[in-house]
Write a protein of this length. Structure first.
Length: 185
């Protein structure tokens, strides 16, 4: 198992994994209702140097020379700059000059935006290894690791609580309620 930073040329594989997990959030962030179009736009975000979905914010788990899992993390104070290209794209496409993505994180956070493990790789500890790298990165940056968990995903919430996360509030992302969780330092 190799945990490493993503490379730009891996955007296609990474986008597919992310899209399988993000669903409606990806459709909202790409202003696309069709899966193929949303996936194509998401891939351009991953290829970008400045995007919340940028390969520069992505850590991959590689097993047998294949990407088995993906995790996106970034500093919360950078979210507005990271989201600017997406905001411009969605506003232009929809004609809605006031569109903004939902606020998922805050300054002072090292935000775990997304984590997904490919279906055939689940149950092998890959998610835990990716999380360990997020713990280490948050600690090295002296920031609090945060994340959001859907209300109806009690299994994930319980798992994160076992890893010293606690609920600090509620966020709404793409119309759904999420637990906003922080990790004890």
């Amino acid at each position: 198992m190799n945990i490493r930073k993503a490379e730009k040329q891996e955007a296609g594989v990474i986008s597919e994994l992310l899209y399988s997990m993000l669903g409606q959030i990806a459709r909202d962030h790409t202003a696309s209702s069709a899966d193929d179009e949303a996936l194509r736009v998401l891939q351009t975000y991953v290829e970008s140097d400045c995007s919340r979905y940028s390969y520069k914010n992505i850590t991959v788990a590689e097993l047998n020379e294949e990407i088995a899992g993906v995790m996106i993390c970034y500093e919360g104070e950078q979210i507005e700059a990271f989201d600017q290209p997406m905001v411009s794209y969605v506003r232009e496409k929809t004609g809605n000059s006031k569109w903004l993505p939902d606020r998922e994180t805050e300054a002072g956070d090292f935000y775990l935006d997304s984590i997904v493990v490919g279906e055939s790789y689940q149950g092998k500890g890959i998610g835990s290894m990716l999380l360990q790298s997020a713990f280490q990165e948050a600690e090295s940056r002296k920031l609090t690791l945060t994340l959001n968990v859907e209300f109806d995903n009690e299994g994930a919430r319980a798992l994160y609580e076992k890893m010293d996360f606690y609920v600090t509030g509620t966020r709404y992302i793409s119309g759904k309620p999420f637990y906003y969780m922080k990790r004890n330092a």
